[in-house]
Design a protein around this ligand. Structure first.
Ligand SMILES: [Zn+2]
Length: 283
């Protein structure tokens, strides 16, 4: 059952600054409170006409290589997923995010760098009901041996399986019905990862220019290069974090039981589009 809950914004301004994961450029993001029914609005202050994109308006275009992008054309902002997962956990519905670049800062590669300052600042209820998407029938998207399904349920939950041909990861499964506390303890600290054999190819493709051994787990057979794991199954927890963030591109929480088998941003994006077209567009 969905009980009445109010929309929330943040109590005051919160700033983030750091290297962007893919481009390596230092970016600043300034988050400020916004009125009820505004949504999460990203504004690119580095561009002359400061184009803006609002989350619930089908501006998502998840599916680029290894990160999720919202917005269209000049107004786009990429690598939004860890930030959006923090907003999901803190139940933030309305906020202006002014950013002076095309990508959010990587911070430590997890959601903690966004979650903690926003939590500390606190949220303000706004006297209007939150809008949810309650999934009424099963949906499934798949590609290349990977799949993502959702089934009707009374709460949001995720069960995720990854299977990498690297001794330190292999097959990992993680299931959670996350709330704010369990998100903070079990999901938010899990960092971005890649396989060591992929790392050079990613750099050659111009991705991961801001990656370092602290904000990205470079996994080889023995474990992460140059750092240690925060959880024995940190990679699969990070995939749950990515899915939570990708789903919040819809601008409102989804209620349903998600089952992911080796899904990633591309497949997550297909599911987001499916849910948007069926349950959000024109409503
Ligand atoms: Zn991620």
């Amino acid at each position: 059952m969905v009980t009445y809950m109010e929309q929330n914004t943040i109590k005051k301004e919160v700033r983030f600054r750091g290297k962007a994961l893919q481009t390596g450029r230092v970016v600043n993001a300034v988050c400020t409170p916004a009125g009820p029914d505004t949504g999460i609005v990203f504004k690119r202050t580095d561009l002359s006409d400061e184009p803006a994109a609002c989350l619930s308006d089908a501006v998502f275009s998840s599916g680029h290589a290894r990160r999720s992008t919202i917005g269209a054309g000049a107004a786009s902002v990429q690598t939004v997923e860890h930030f959006l997962a923090a907003l999901w956990a803190l139940e933030i519905d309305n906020m202006l995010v002014e950013i002076d670049g095309a990508e959010l800062p990587a911070l430590d590669g997890s959601a903690m760098g966004f979650y903690e300052p926003l939590k500390e600042t606190g949220t303000e209820p706004q006297g209007r009901p939150r809008r949810f998407i309650k999934i009424p029938e099963p949906e499934r998207v798949e590609e290349g041996g990977c799949s993502l399904s959702v089934f009707p349920d009374e709460a949001f939950s995720v069960s995720y399986l990854i299977d990498h041909d690297v001794a330190s990861i292999g097959r990992e499964v993680f299931s959670i019905r996350p709330d704010r506390d369990s998100f903070e303890k079990e999901i938010a600290p899990a960092r971005t990862y890649c396989l060591k054999r992929e790392a050079e190819a990613l750099l050659r493709a111009g991705l991961g220019q801001g990656a370092d051994l602290e904000n990205t787990l470079v996994m080889d057979d023995d474990g992460p290069v140059g750092t240690s794991l925060r959880f024995s199954n940190e990679p699969v927890r990070h995939k749950v974090l990515d899915l939570i963030g990708d789903l919040y591109m819809l601008g409102r929480p989804v209620i349903g039981r998600f089952v992911a088998e080796k899904s990633g941003h591309s497949l997550n994006g297909k599911m987001v589009k499916r849910i948007y077209e069926k349950y959000v567009a024109g409503r």
